[in-house]
Design a protein around this ligand. Structure first.
Ligand SMILES: [Zn+2]
Ligand SMILES: [Zn+2]
Length: 278
């Protein structure tokens, strides 16, 4: 019996096949997305009006979200006491404004990270939205907030004209909390940022070595003690990264993680957060 050699596909037809399959899957994705949009049209999560640009947020509610205003260039702590001051600057527009001084905290002790870029001030309705992504598995909110942060990152990158980080690292959850919640909201936000910016995601480079008490239950001094030694790097790090988190409060968590990343070879660490507490 004569065995015919298995035909080896020539490179061109192989590539053409891949491209055809890729185009087909994109077309199928597009059809699925449009069908979903027809069945479930985007609806504002805050007021129920039709959403704008395929997002679950209307233009009016988007304009009412609390912008950060003038803030510390290092830790993004807002300077003005509240949104009632009717500030019109957004976090990303600050790069064009006059240089701001460091806040008193950063003057007293400079944080180990290079800067924090936060999309919003952690004021209503942000606490409710963030609770929705953390505790209620509202995936449409993760998508919405991730896209809003991506808008700020994109505008900031265009205005600063400086290189983007080489990798995005979501703040890891402890395995026990990850199992209880089923997902890490920082990782889900980082996925959206990675897709929008083209910066690769590096989710497996570090982990939490121990479960910690929720930082929100502690004052500033105890937050630092609580988080000390809670992270471990498990892969070599690129020189320039952005840590992705939902809310930055005292910065204790991201400062500790920055120290671990720096010890693992990182030289520049930025923080990209959805919201910053005033
Ligand atoms: Zn609305
Ligand atoms: Zn500061």
């Amino acid at each position: 019996m004569v065995h015919k050699p298995t035909p080896v596909p020539n490179r061109l037809s192989f590539t053409t096949g891949l491209v055809a399959r890729h185009c087909l899957s994109r077309s199928v994705n597009l059809i699925v997305q449009r069908s979903i949009a027809l069945l479930y049209p985007p609806t504002c999560v805050l007021c129920g009006a039709p959403g704008e640009d395929d997002r679950d947020l209307c233009a009016g509610c988007r304009d009412d979200l609390p912008s950060l205003g003038a803030c510390c260039p290092r830790c993004a702590q807002p300077f003005a006491p509240s949104r009632d001051t009717k500030m019109t600057l957004t976090a990303s527009s600050l790069v064009d404004a006059a240089p701001q001084p460091l806040c008193s905290n950063c003057q007293r002790q400079t944080p180990p990270f290079e800067r924090c870029l936060a999309a919003y001030r952690y004021e209503d309705p942000l606490p409710g939205l963030v609770a929705g992504i953390k505790f209620k598995s509202k995936l449409n909110l993760i998508r919405l907030l991730g896209e809003l942060l991506a808008d700020v990152v994109q505008t900031d990158a265009e205005r600063r004209d400086k290189p983007l980080p080489q990798a995005l690292v979501p703040v890891p959850l402890h395995l026990r909390r990850l199992r209880a919640r089923g997902y890490n909201q920082a990782l889900e936000i980082a996925r959206i940022l990675s897709r929008r910016t083209g910066v690769p995601l590096l989710p497996q480079c570090c982990r939490r070595t121990r479960a910690t008490q929720a930082q929100s239950e502690l004052d500033e001094r105890h937050r630092h003690l609580n988080i000390r030694g809670a992270f471990e790097a498990i892969a070599p790090m690129p020189r320039h990264i952005a840590l992705i988190d939902d809310v930055m409060t005292t910065g204790a968590t991201v400062s500790e993680l920055t120290r671990v990343m720096t010890a693992a070879g990182c030289q520049r660490v930025e923080i990209w957060a959805l919201a910053r507490t005033p």
